[in-house]
Design a protein around this ligand. Sequence first.
Ligand SMILES: Nc1ncnc2c1ncn2[C@@H]1O[C@H](COP(=O)(O)OP(=O)(O)O)[C@@H](O)[C@H]1O
Ligand SMILES: [Mg+2]
Length: 304
Amino acid sequence: MEPIISINALFKSYKNGFMALSDVSLNINKGEIFALLGPNGAGKTTLISIITGISIPTSGEVKVKDFDVTKHPIKTKSIIGLVPQEVSIEPFETVMSSISFSRGLFGKPQNLEYLKSILKQLSLWDKRNTKIIELSGGMKRRVLIAKALSHEPDILFLDEPTAGVDVELRKDMWKIIKSLKKNGVTIILTTHYIDEAEYLADRVAFINEGKILIVEDKQILINKMGKKTLSIKVDKKIINIPEKLHKYKLEISDNGHTLTYNYNINNKTEITNLLNDLSNENIRLKDIYTDQSSLEDIFVKMVN
Ligand SMILES: Nc1ncnc2c1ncn2[C@@H]1O[C@H](COP(=O)(O)OP(=O)(O)O)[C@@H](O)[C@H]1O
Ligand SMILES: [Mg+2]
């Protein structure tokens, strides 16, 4: 995989001495959706601000397509679009003039066909002559994305794209983000919603108190760290677990009527053995179901 952004030993302390980022190193690959996941105050917006040239690092290096963000800020900013966490747009402008203005800020010649294509993709073409103040909250969020894409960036940052939006709007945003990826845009999003990262991301980084805890392919992370539990409802009350079943470290619950077995996702043959051994002990099954730990369980475990 080819990195489009590389971050090396990045530190950021604010004027008051607060260390918001501490030794952050990671690469973002071309074409991926990368989720930066962490609780409020973890340092997500700080990291985005440095990559997008809004804020200056205390030390360390960030390169966007091989250009250093502090040495070549005009170049790197032209490659990046940012949908900021704090929303502010000119209320009395029309949609079209607002995104056309954003494009102009980057010194790009106007390209109506391109602006039309992004407005269509974001279902805003019919609203192109509507004033922003007259749009719904969901449409305003889409205008912000259109503005961020107006200068044809290769990389799009979305800082908390669904913070404080309702469920339906969140699903819309997810659809839009997936469709942008299909166009070849590299997407970095921050979120404190684990389900969002779980649904959208190809790779995930956990950040907490300014430090990156892990960077991993999402599925590999779930497979590697995830545990599954098998719950077995049995036909008669179990008070003591028979000697021959001790090796499975079963837990008794449900007043003796359920046995729970924790196993690693990669070790499924053990289950066959367990079921055989239960049968040999004359324990009959009434019902059986499995449960898998999610990104959330893994994150909570790492942060603690
Ligand atoms: N300008 C600033 N001066 C001092 N501290 C700041 C400033 N901006 C952010 N912080 C602090 O840095 C930490 C990280 O903030 P931020 O990057 O906004 O976190 P996140 O986006 O993950 O919620 C927080 O503790 C925040 O209070
Ligand atoms: Mg933030």
